[in-house]
Design a protein around this ligand. Structure first.
Ligand SMILES: Nc1ncnc2c1ncn2[C@@H]1O[C@H](COP(=O)(O)OP(=O)(O)OP(=O)(O)O)[C@@H](O)[C@H]1O
Ligand SMILES: [Mg+2]
Length: 273
């Protein structure tokens, strides 16, 4: 296990994986972020190839959501920068990032409970005809997309507040998937999902992967599911990327060993002090 060497993004991949031949869709370079006394991220160097699915793993509080929030413009980094399709960008807001093709589904969901399912699916992208919202067109499209994905909800007319947590999550993911985004950032899309919904989301990510024009970062806690769906894995520990390997070159056992070994070391250090 090697922490990143500061100042050398390429060398910072312990697994030795440089950019893919198609170029990177997104790079994080030397990203640091603190919240008061809490250091959430330390000199993060991450790259996401075009069409690649990258799994971001790590324990609670490791900094995964913070990194995702920076990559989608929700939070600003203290240090470092973001490169999108080879160009340095400053993401001023979530809307700005969205206009550049970056779409995120947060852990704490960004749906509006009082609005209907179909209005939520077209949030900030409402279809209009003249001065009026084209409700019929949005309703029909939302229904078609959810049917296509195999997501069961009673009706697209009901307010999101009346749906279960898993159904809400599915709506948020459907919205991101049908947004034409080029970079999708999914914070624990499989949490709160039943077995069938997990299969739906995994199949959907598989379909997007085959399409090849979307790059995806997925935060997950289940190593097995992550290895199944992701091309590459980055393990985050205490705000640092400590492992970067192709999924085929690692295993649930290796990832578990690293995390457990780190826990043991921390316990021993605590006992010594
Ligand atoms: N807005 C905030 N204000 C203060 N501290 C924060 C804030 N957001 C995150 N943190 C802290 O930063 C650290 C990283 O949090 P983060 O949410 O990124 O972890 P995570 O890896 O997503 O964890 P989990 O698996 O539990 O979702 C934690 O110590 C957390 O308490
Ligand atoms: Mg999180």
């Amino acid at each position: 296990m090697a922490a990143q060497a500061p100042g050398t993004p390429e060398a910072a991949q312990p697994g030795g994986y440089g950019p893919l031949p198609g170029g990177d869709a997104l790079r994080a370079q030397h990203i640091g972020k603190s919240f008061g006394a809490v250091t959430a991220l330390v000199d993060i160097n991450l790259h996401l190839g075009k069409g690649e699915v990258l799994g971001l793993l790590g324990d609670n509080g490791a900094g995964k959501s913070t990194l995702l929030k920076i990559l989608c413009g929700f939070q600003q980094p203290d240090t470092g920068g973001i490169v999108l399709n080879g160009d340095e960008v400053t993401l001023r807001s979530v809307d700005h990032a969205r206009s550049l093709g970056i779409e995120a589904v947060y852990q704490d969901l960004a749906l509006i409970n009082q609005l209907s399912v179909y209005h939520n699916m077209f949030l900030n992208r409402e279809r209009v005809r003249g001065p009026l919202m084209s409700n019929k067109s949005m309703r029909d499209t939302a229904r078609a997309h959810l049917n296509e994905m195999g997501i069961n909800i009673p009706s697209v007319d009901v307010p999101v507040a009346s749906l279960s947590g898993g159904q809400r999550q599915a709506i948020a993911i459907a919205r991101a998937v049908y947004s034409d985004a080029k970079v999708l950032l999914l914070d624990e899309p499989l949490a709160a999902m039943g077995a069938k919904e997990v299969a739906i989301i995994l199949d959907l990510i598989g379909d997007l992967k085959r399409r090849g024009d979307v790059s995806i970062i997925i935060i997950a806690h289940n190593y097995g599911q992550a290895l199944e769906v992701c091309d590459r894995i980055n393990l985050l520990q205490h705000g640092m990327i400590t492992l970067d390997k192709a999924s085929k070159d690692t295993s649930v056992a290796e990832l578990n060993d690293i995390v457990v070994a780190e826990y043991r070391r921390a316990m021993e250090a605590r006992q010594r002090s």
